[in-house]
Design a protein around this ligand. Sequence first.
Ligand code: FES
Length: 105
Amino acid sequence: MTADNWVTVSKLDAVEVGNVIGIRAGELDIALYNIEGQIYATHNICTHAHALLSDGWLEEDVIECPLHGGRFEVKTGKGLGAPITCDVRTLPVRVEDGVIQVNLA
Ligand code: FES
């Protein structure tokens, strides 16, 4: 993680508490989550097939994929059982002056 790789991806107020949104940064699809006021980021493409996690359902700190119901722990990216066999990548996040930045390194 280097200082050069922080990219502004969204305004903070675009991600309400308890919600998830999908954004694109360069070639990368990223999901941004607001869990109890804390922002987290993961890759947005499900590791099982091609679906956007941001189209799924966020319950506390678990995102459920809209296509086959696979579930991931948002804070760690850990897959929570079938049909998921591979964790989803997380990205470092920081909030500064009302904007969300992710580190793409
Ligand atoms: S595409 Fe996400 S669980 Fe199948």
